[in-house]
Design a protein around this ligand. Structure first.
Ligand code: AMP
Ligand code: MG
Length: 501
């Protein structure tokens, strides 16, 4: 069990996190599983990482992806962190079912963590069994890969395997392991863990590690820790704006699920909205709507103030001065977010430049969509098709009008929109192409994800493979897959999603 391989074509590991002090993690190997089977290997990602897909698809590779063998150079560990979960402080969390094998440098010269999620118990498992089940693993695979295809920063899925074990959840379900790839698994909660213990030395080591690895440009600035805080705030403001542009609801924006590099991480009860409404919630455990679609910017702001709190000892020796620094930095979050959000909406609406009434136009459309139960993705996609029709009206707007309960509501808004378009003229084809490049035809709609998971549980991986294939090019029309663009029928609507832990 876990016998290191000698000849090693698998991972050219170059580990840095494992060099940090021992109190940053617990060293332990994954726990073996009885009968690994490869469900899916992400060939293009694996190649981008400079790895050999054929080797990883071999029996030895499969044993590694399932946690049964440790590749040479791996220094397996579970990271420790803390976090606010639904606003409540939990002083110790940590990788309860994930093992970091090590880091590799991709072809793009970026360093990536290779982590096995579902790899067995660790000292941080608390009551959990350390395992993951097939449904949530496939969900994370397809949604994180869709995020990547949208161009939104995210962890990625390199492989999914089943383990041959049955895991007890609501019922017995097949066990699975996801190979997760991330620029970092350091979270806001990692900083909170050391801050809460008053371990300023560890805080500084962690901050220096994050700066050296992810924000090298600020290493030599005068106030690197302030610059780090500013940079994380900026990345998160941008990330959450991008989520909103695409109708994404993370579902569990706890501080331990907020990445220090601004990647989307932890695809638990996440979902994409069908019908637009800012109060939309899918997560079965989010009773108060804390993590509702429209609340996400506020929560990001709150989480980032927790980060500021944790960083205080590094910001200034003087306590009051440190608080002033942190407040100055976090005070910029709302405008950073608003700017990113409006910038993206201008692109979605086909606007060139900036005009005074843009915010009101964007908000006006969203309000109408909410009142009229319009499908978020289709509304913006169909807008692309009628953006060239200067002076057009209901005669050409049929397909988009029909998304609104009261189609006439669209007409009034569209007149103002077209005035704005013609105020900054642009070639019709150019505008259409630009709009189609930011308004996807396809998203991982909940009913499609469920359909793919249910089929996989019955042994049929075709729907999963098809869904993944469609979502690798979400901005292209794919007539053969037209049904994947459709909103759910009434009987297909998914109302709740689950963490699956
Ligand atoms: P998550 O919501 O997946 O981010 O998990 C929150 C915390 O619960 C983390 O500390 C996880 O490591 C832990 N956890 C979640 N699921 C399990 C599981 N099946 N076994 C052990 N720990 C788990
Ligand atoms: Mg988590």
């Amino acid at each position: 069990m876990n016998a290191p391989l000698r000849a090693d074509p698998f991972f050219p590991f170059d580990n840095t996190f494992a060099r940090l002090p021992e109190r940053f993690f617990a060293r332990l190997p994954p726990t073996s599983v009885p009968a690994p089977r490869l469900i899916r290997l992400n060939h293009s990602l694996v190649r981008q990482l400079g790895l050999d897909p054929d080797a990883l698809a071999s029996q030895e590779g499969l044993e590694i992806l399932a946690g049964n063998r440790l590749p040479v150079g791996a220094e397996p560990l579970a990271m420790v962190y803390a976090g606010h979960q639904f606003g409540s402080w939990v002083p110790q969390l940590g990788d309860g079912r994930a093992i970091l094998l090590g880091e590799v440098i991709g072809r793009n010269s970026v360093r990536y963590d290779i982590q096995l999620k579902g790899a067995g118990r660790t000292p941080f498992s608390r009551m959990g069994d350390g395992r993951a089940v097939l449904g949530p693993v496939l969900r994370e695979y397809v949604v994180s890969e869709a995020m990547a295809a949208f161009g939104i920063p995210t962890t990625r899925a390199a492989a999914a395997v089943t383990t041959g074990e049955q895991i007890m959840r609501e019922r017995l379900l097949p066990g699975a392991v996801l190979t997760r790839v991330a620029q970092s698994h350091v979270r806001v909660g990692t900083f909170q863990f050391f801050a809460a213990r008053g371990d300023v030395e560890a805080l500084r080591i962690l901050a220096d590690h994050v700066i050296a690895r992810h924000y090298p440009a600020i290493a030599d600035t005068e106030r690197p820790y302030r610059a780090l805080y500013d940079a994380v705030i900026a990345r998160q403001a941008d990330l959450v704006a991008r989520w909103l542009h695409i109708g994404f609801i993370h579902g569990v924006m706890n501080t331990d699920n907020m990445s220090i590099v601004g990647e989307t991480i932890d695809y638990g009860p996440c979902a994409f909205m069908d019908t637009y409404h800012p109060e939309t919630v899918y997560s079965s455990i989010d009773h108060m709507g804390r993590y509702a679609y429209g609340n996400q910017p506020r929560i990001a702001h709150w989480n980032l103030s927790c980060l500021g709190q944790a960083l205080l000892p590094l910001l200034d020796k003087d306590g009051e001065a440190a608080v002033r620094e942190a407040q100055e930095a976090i005070g910029l979050f709302p405008s950073l977010f608003d700017d990113a959000w409006l910038r993206g909406l201008r692109h979605k609406l086909g606007f060139l430049g900036e005009q005074e009434g843009d915010l009101a136009l964007a908000q006006g459309l969203l309000n109408l969509m909410a009142e009229n139960h319009a499908d978020f993705t289709l509304t913006f996609r169909r807008l692309c098709d009628v953006a060239g029709a200067a002076g057009a009206g209901p005669e050409v707007d049929g397909p988009i009008r029909s998304l609104f309960d009261n189609p006439a509501n669209f007409d009034g808004w569209a007149a103002g929109w077209r005035r704005r378009l013609s105020a900054k003229p642009r070639g019709e084809e150019e505008r259409r192409a630009a709009m189609r490049a930011v308004n996807p035809a396809f998203i991982p709609r909940n009913h499609l994800v469920e359909e793919a998971i249910n089929a996989a549980l019955d042994g049929d991986l075709n729907p999963f493979d098809n869904l993944l294939a469609v979502l690798t090019a979400p901005y292209e029309d794919q007539p053969a897959f037209a049904r994947y663009a459709d909103p759910p029928r009434q009987d297909q609507v998914v109302r709740q999603t689950f963490c699956g832990t």
